[in-house]
Design a protein around this ligand. Sequence first.
Ligand code: NAD
Length: 498
Amino acid sequence: MTTPLNCRNYIDGQWLSATGEATLESRNPALRSEVVATFPRSVINDVNVAVTAARQAYQSWRKVPAPARAEYVFRVGEILLQHKEELAQLMSREMGKPLTEARGDVQEAIDCAFYSAGEGRRLFGQTTPSEMPNKFAMTVRMPIGVCALITPWNFPVAIPCWKAMPALVCGNTVILKPAEDTPACATKLIEIFAEAGFPPGVINLVHGVGEEVGKALVEHPDVDLVSFTGSSETGAFVGATCGRTHKRVCLELGGKNAQVVMEDADLGLALDGAVWGAFGTTGQRCTATSRLILHRDIKEKFTAMLYERTSKLRLGPGTDPNTDIGPLVNELQLQRVSKYLEIAREEGAKVLIGGDIPNEGQLKNGYFFQPTILDEVTPKMRVAREEIFGPVVALIEVSSFEEAIAILNDTNYGLSSSVYTRDINRAFAAMRDIEAGITYINGPTIGAEVHLPFGGVKHTGNGHREAGTTALDIFTEWKSVYVDFSGSLQRAQIDNRS
Ligand code: NAD
């Protein structure tokens, strides 16, 4: 076992202890006895100090030319590349995902760095003709100010970068409040930002408990924007508070994603997609495949194929290269998934495979849960409607394409979706009719790329999209600028025509 990392806050360019003495710890979910990191239980005073630093730094950072701001972000990408393996190993130990996926998490941050840095030389506005002679009209993007970034543990490097990188290129200063389960990943990440040489106060890190530090940031009068990724329950609180305090807010929340497999699909391809989508990251992705909607003509055959593949998946620590499925992140998640299995049984779903906490060998030392297939699920069951966030997939049988799309849409969430079919007409109908922020045709529900908008409809979000150029709309405000070079008062058309 390695010595636990002693994490501190990073405020105004310095690594600082928190105001109080209290500390918390993160543990290896594959080996409960291993403490990965200790971190401060920060208090409101620490939040205040960070906000003051970020506010002060904002005044000069916003005036640094965007291409120069972007060069810092580009440098973060270069340093991340050098530390990719080290970060992936740490991530795998701290939150449990298999190493190959942890490397992917860091790679996503690297892609985001280089993509966001390119925006420093674009940040396009528009010019448009004025309705008057000798008058020039244009739009420019303005930064917003101090941004609080509140993030979950499931993508502990990629998600903070998705938020911080475009925010910084746009001229904002940021305060990261990472999840309690992944303080070491956040600390290592911010060390890399620090090495990239940002001026003091431009990027800050405050560790602590969501209901304390996160809440204090959301309520702080000098925070201008909150970018939040997490559960829909917490998101509702964040959204309501930001509404009351007139803050801009971007919410990326839960999902209940479905993959449809039609009778004309390539079943081998659909199987690869289903296994990866349902069990990748132990089902703890906001885009995870939680429902498989199967046409009745292929249901039996596909279910047998899925059963066979699932039975071969190897549970184990993420750091073991032979592992297919790592542990759940913590005790609470294990209880939550176990509870949903109870609910499934009570509601009459049939557990085809899995359904329990394994108790063999080293698995007893961690928060493992068997990969689980629930059969005979009906659309009204809770396991068909609520986010489980574990390695559990519910099978729902349908008789037509129209029924499949109706059931796919019959949820409060709307993040990702997928349809496997060889019929081009169905593919286009799916693209049109599915109520989700992301639709894959002949691909699994997971696998977003950084240059496309990411986010969902309904209770999954509040209309914003991270990544892509749409991230710029979160972190900037538009200003319309009119320049009159006529030398006389020209009234706009509304005041000029009877
Ligand atoms: P969570 O809501 O419990 O916590 C998320 C973050 O919010 C953490 O940093 C936590 O400390 C903080 N927090 C908790 N209470 C708070 C409060 N009262 N005020 C301010 N901050 C508070 O979520 P989680 O369990 O860490 O993450 C899992 C959830 O995240 C799932 O629902 C998943 O679908 C969702 N998620 C969504 C996306 C997306 O882009 N849509 C991506 C990843 C995860």
